[in-house]
Design a protein around this ligand. Structure first.
Ligand SMILES: [Zn+2]
Length: 58
């Protein structure tokens, strides 16, 4: 089922329609997932924050 989803360029909704958005009729594109998810990024920051907190106690 990979690659069947399309994302509307205008309203940002996901659809299985391959030609146009069923909600607003705009063009749809293949959504490209980011290489690093925001969740992973925040996890890294949390890890760094913990590490720094240990070095510099309040
Ligand atoms: Zn749309």
């Amino acid at each position: 089922m990979k690659g069947i989803l399309r994302k509307c360029v205008k309203c940002g909704r996901y659809t299985i329609k391959q030609d146009k958005c069923p909600y607003c009729g705009s063009k749809v594109v293949v959504p490209h997932p980011p290489r690093f998810s925001p969740e992973d990024k925040y996890r890294k920051y949390r890890y760094l924050a913990k590490k720094i907190a240990r070095i510099i106690p309040e």
